[in-house]
Design a protein around this ligand. Structure first.
Ligand code: WT7
Length: 560
């Protein structure tokens, strides 16, 4: 078991100091990230919003306070009460950030959904959480209408930029509601243990689970935004993550604003030139991104980077997947900085193991537990800590402020994550003699595609909605430039034949129902899928067959 580096007090203690709250002192996270700064520097920049059209809008903390007040007051007018679930399905536009904070201001629970989610993914999450309100954009109404049919709990859909052919049923024009709303709506006096955020995360079986966080999570966001991202108010900070995933709320919303740091929000897709131009134009100093993005930048070459003045960069961090040592070497050569990997999860709420600024980087390692974090690698059977060098289950000693408090309505699954006094992360890892942690892989069948977790069950469910498919197995396959892609093997109904059209239709189904990120790179029709005696499909064997790997000892996989 290894305690975090004793380079100082627990980062959680520092987080409380940064937030100005003592243990147990009630606060509302919206008040701490917005109103608190208005008292001291209302005109300081909070957000710089850029989109792919080249528009640039700047918002001060006072602008932010008024905007989130208006959103909160509009939710009041709709009858939203503390504890209600308010979901969003929006690209990272200003309205997204205002909606999330506006909901939290009222004491409601914000549920940000990735705008590219397909209709089933949206439906599952709104249905499971019993969401009362959904805030979305006119361009998503078609899939939203398909997703919400027959969801009893949903009372209103608020629409940014309603379509020309009008709104129907429970849909309302958001702008009209905001026009009547007050921009002086005080934060609801929540306790620090009240729920504020629900992110869905995928598992091996069943539909995604709602990971519930409380206001106190802000302590962890603030602590790590300072300790690991090293953020200061003078920084120009860009986190490339979308708030539809946890990195985009913890580090493109809560953490930086908890410290009063201005952040860049970019509403546009990936291209090397667009990203480098943004770094150059905004003089970005701290940059938090993903291995997938860095690998894409690497593929576009050093010249693409050299065409821009990137000298403002001083600190680069990464999260979501293993950060390949060759990317770190390339980053040092190209940007002049060692890219620092960080490890955490939706459930942990904030970074736990990281290459903090004071730590010499060992390329390929996730770094060490932060001060105040106790991590361990456990024997999979006894759940006792293993010595360095031995691979096992990556675990953490609870609690910490941003630890999830439950899986929504699934206390049973929550309980199953704790063993022998440890929280089991679902990852496999080992430590070296100096206490660095090295990622090995997932301990379950969850697929990590471009830093997004996707459950094989969601993909298989989508494939099975095709009348020609009777069985499906989805699993990860390695891709050439590292990282994982989704692949699937399917068995067809008698009389159905494989064709290029069928494979294309199957991919389209996954895209529409789950989302573009989950589309299998390869779909192969097979005669049968490997099953256990009790009839469960053995995804790992299907994967081995697919990759032409030795299938291994099937008896050990039986029932696994
Ligand atoms: C899973 C959590 C937390 C941010 C985004 C993902 C994998 C995360 C690393 C890393 C290797 C990593 C793990 C983890 N992961 N960071 N630095 N190196 N793998 O949140 O969707 O909850 O996924 O992503 O498997 O358990 P998430």
């Amino acid at each position: 078991m290894s305690e975090g580096e004793s380079s100082g007090a627990s980062v959680w203690h520092q987080g409380r100091l940064l937030l100005g709250v003592s243990p147990g002192e009630p606060f509302n996270a919206c008040e701490r990230v917005v109103d608190r700064h208005c008292a001291r520097y209302p005109e300081a920049t909070a957000a710089i919003h850029r989109n792919h059209h080249g528009d640039r809008r700047v918002f001060t903390f006072e602008d932010l306070r008024r905007a989130v007040s208006r959103f909160a007051s509009a939710l009041d007018a709709l009858g939203v009460k503390p504890g209600d679930r308010v979901f969003t399905l929006l690209e990272p536009m200003p309205e997204l950030f205002w909606s999330i904070l506006g909901a939290i201001r009222t004491g409601a629970i914000a549920g940000p959904l990735f705008a590219a989610f397909g209709s089933e993914a949206i439906r599952d999450r709104l249905g499971d959480s019993g969401a009362r309100v959904l805030i979305t954009h006119g361009r998503h109404l078609l899939k939203v209408r398909a997703a919400i049919e027959g969801l009893p709990g949903l009372k209103q859909v608020l629409v940014v930029d309603p379509p020309a052919d009008g709104l129907r049923g429970i849909e309302r024009d958001l702008a009209a509601l905001l026009a009547d709303a007050s921009d002086e709506r005080p934060p609801h006096p929540t306790s620090e243990q009240d729920p504020m955020l629900l992110h869905y995360s995928s598992g091996t079986t069943g539909k995604p689970k709602g990971v519930l966080h409380v206001h106190e999570a802000l302590v962890g966001h603030a602590a790590t935004a300072r300790a690991v991202l090293d953020l200061r108010r003078e920084d120009s900070y860009w986190c490339t993550a979308d708030p539809g995933w946890v990195t985009g709320t913890s580090y493109a919303l809560f953490g930086p604003w908890a410290l009063g740091v201005p952040q860049i929000h970019y509403e546009g897709g990936f291209s090397s030139s667009a990203w480098y131009s943004l770094i150059e134009a905004e003089r970005v100093s701290v940059w938090y991104t993903s291995p997938t993005a860095l690998r894409m930048l690497m593929r576009d070459g050093v010249e693409a980077a050299r065409a821009h003045d990137l000298s403002s960069l001083r600190h680069i961090c990464s999260v979501g997947e293993p950060l390949n040592p060759e990317v770190i070497r390339w980053g040092l050569e190209t940007y002049g900085h060692t890219i620092r990997d960080t490890w955490w999860q939706t459930e942990t709420g904030c970074m736990q193991i990281a290459n903090a600024p004071w730590l010499p980087v060992r390329p390929g390692s996730m770094g060490k537990p932060l001060p105040g974090v106790t991590a361990a690698v456990l024997d999979p059977t006894t759940h006792e800590p293993l010595p360095p060098g031995q691979e096992g289950l990556l675990a953490l000693v609870p609690p910490w402020p941003s630890m999830f408090r439950t899986y929504w309505n699934r206390l049973d699954l929550y309980g199953a994550r704790f063993r022998n006094g440890f929280y089991l992360t679902g990852d496999r890892a080992y430590t070296d003699a100096d206490g660095y942690y090295w990622f090995v892989g997932r301990d379950d069948d969850v697929i990590n595609t471009s830093g997004h977790l996707v459950g094989p069950f969601e993909i298989e469910s989508a494939l099975l909605t095709h009348p020609a498919v009777v069985e499906a197995a989805a699993f990860p396959i390695p891709v050439a430039d590292a990282g994982e892609a989704v692949a699937a093997r399917v068995v067809l109904a008698a009389g159905s034949e494989s064709s290029r059209e069928l494979i294309r239709d199957l991919k389209t189904l996954v895209r529409r129902q789950v989302g573009p990120y989950a589309v299998p790179r390869e779909v192969v029709v097979v005669d049968r899928l490997p099953r256990t005696r009790s009839g469960k499909i053995m995804r790992r064997v299907a994967r081995a067959e697919h990759l032409g790997l030795p299938v291994g000892d099937l008896s050990s996989l039986d029932e696994s």
